[in-house]
Ligand binder design. Structure first.
Ligand code: PEP
Ligand code: MG
Length: 328
């Protein structure tokens, strides 16, 4: 099977009815980039920059960050890389970056983490912005911010990047040719404000790992809750369909980059609610390309409309049967 998927490396993910689905990979380390060539994926839809921070004993110096980002973009060649600014804090604590009061948090997942930390310790974000902008010299930089809940948080982060860009230009440094900005949709509140932010961003990345844990108030790291909800629940799929629809008419690339997108049946359901871009774990690229080649996008969308209007008791079973009947 593995060999069969490897053979799919050069296959372009196009559905039976001619829809091109973008399939990218998630990455976090320099060596992960090799998976681009191995899988034939369309790019890196999520580069988790905090990995470098997590494996380091001290705050990675700007030069080290620049080197990593540059190497990643160079090895990705013409394929885009969406860099996510650090998502640390919460449960991913770093000895060299602590909350002022030094207290542990009761709910780290919804605590002092990600962009919330970066905006408060804006030295951290400035250094990262400068490293990314310099690393992208002569290229387009794609940068996105994690755990955005309100449009102002995005504006504040963007301002840090624009400020660094101006500073570097004034110093006659080589900088990114252009910057494309994105936000992650992980906090449900942001979905209610997409029309406010859509004209300001070029892409949206839906982090279904965090998003679904917050939608269902069910800790993603608690094994006791693993069966608490299904990614194929009408609540999640209706929610995502609404997100896709509310971005209709805006020029915003919308990608799902949570683990959900790497599973065949879930990916089929995502396509059914209008998602056309997925960023997944590299091992899932082959299986997903195979699935997409077998699926008819128009048909799954129509079927999904019916199921979400009048949800069957077990959507997973219904979708499994539906896919099986069609040889997907
Ligand atoms: C997510 O929350 O779905 C996501 C992609 O980010 P992470 O898994 O790194 O929290
Ligand atoms: Mg997340």
């Amino acid at each position: 099977r593995q060999a069969a998927y490897a053979a799919l490396r050069d296959v372009v993910p196009i559905s039976q009815d001619g829809k091109r689905i973008t399939v990218m990979i998630n990455a976090g380390l320099r060596d992960d980039v090799a998976n681009l060539a191995l899988t034939g994926a369309d790019g890196i839809g999520l580069f988790r920059t905090e990995f470098q921070f997590l494996v380091s004993a001290t705050l990675p110096a700007r030069e080290r960050q620049t080197r990593l980002y540059r190497e990643v973009m160079e090895s990705a060649g013409n394929k885009p890389v969406m860099f996510r600014t650090v998502d640390i804090g919460g449960d991913k604590t770093l000895p060299y970056l602590r909350h002022d009061d030094g207290e542990g948090e009761e709910n780290p997942a919804m605590g002092w983490r990600a962009l919330r930390v970066a905006l408060e310790r804006d030295g951290l974000l400035k250094v990262q912005a400068r490293a990314l902008i310099e690393a992208a010299a002569g290229r387009t930089l794609n940068v996105m911010f994690p755990m955005v809940s309100e449009p102002w948080e995005f504006e504040a982060a963007r301002k840090v990047f624009e400020g660094q860009l101006e500073f570097l230009r004034s110093r006659r440094k080589r900088v990114a040719e252009s910057i494309r900005y994105g936000v992650m949709l992980e906090v449900p509140a942001l979905a209610e404000q997409l029309d406010l932010i859509a004209p300001r961003i070029q892409f949206l990345s839906i982090g279904t790992n965090d998003l679904t844990q917050f939608l269902f108030a069910a800790d993603r790291a608690n094994p006791k809750l693993a069966e608490r909800y299904d990614w194929l629940s009408p609540a999640i799929l209706r929610y995502l369909r609404r997100v896709v629809r509310s971005l209709d008419g805006y020029n915003v690339d919308t990608t799902v980059c949570g683990e959900m997108g790497g599973r065949q049946l879930e990916a089929l359901a995502l396509i059914g609610v209008g998602i056309e871009r997925l960023s997944i774990t590299p091992a899932s690229v082959g299986p997903l390309k195979a699935m997409i080649g077998q699926c008819n996008v128009g048909e799954i969308r129509a079927a999904m409309e019916g199921w979400l209007a009048n949800p069957p008791k077990n959507l997973r079973q219904v979708l499994t049967d539906w896919a099986q009947e069609r040889g997907i």
